[in-house]
Design a protein. Structure first.
Length: 67
């Protein structure tokens, strides 16, 4: 999909450098993906402790190497 966006060229340049994106399009895509991940994390974080009757979930963990 094509969109016309007004983006500060300095900000876009910094984003490209920080993300090591090969193109402006890739830099914008990576930034949008990071925003979506961050918001999903914040929603999950807001649920922390919201179920006081929840029981611990058993987890399988491998013994550390050398023990």
């Amino acid at each position: 999909m094509k969109k016309t966006l007004n983006i500060d060229p300095i900000l876009l340049s910094e984003a490209r450098r920080a993300s090591r994106a090969a193109s402006d399009t890739e830099a914008v895509r990576l930034g949008l993906e990071a925003l979506v991940r961050h918001e999903a994390y914040q929603r999950l974080r807001s649920l922390r402790g919201s179920e006081p009757q929840a029981k611990d979930v058993p987890r399988r963990r491998e013994a550390p190497a050398g023990e």
